[in-house]
Design a protein around this ligand. Structure first.
Ligand code: FES
Length: 75
């Protein structure tokens, strides 16, 4: 699994358009490709990004956070 940290922008979870996620147990269907989560703190629809990061001049480096979701092998 991976998360994409957009330079000066949100945390993006790569998901297909139409995917359903649950926010506090409530289903939310994605109307766009990928899920963008606010990391600037300025969004008016947290936890989702509403592009307010551009208005507030949010600055942060980009990157990719990846991890393996398969269970660790027994030793
Ligand atoms: S990162 Fe986009 S509104 Fe906060």
């Amino acid at each position: 699994m991976k998360l994409i940290l957009r330079e000066d922008g949100p945390i993006v979870v790569p998901l297909p358009e139409g995917s359903e996620v649950r926010l506090n147990g409530h289903p939310v269907r994605l109307t766009k490709k990928n899920l963008a989560l606010c990391r600037c703190g300025a969004s008016g629809k947290k936890p989702f990004c509403d592009k307010s990061h551009r208005r507030v001049g949010f600055k942060a480096p980009g990157g990719v956070l990846e991890w393996d979701t398969s269970p660790p092998e027994a030793v």
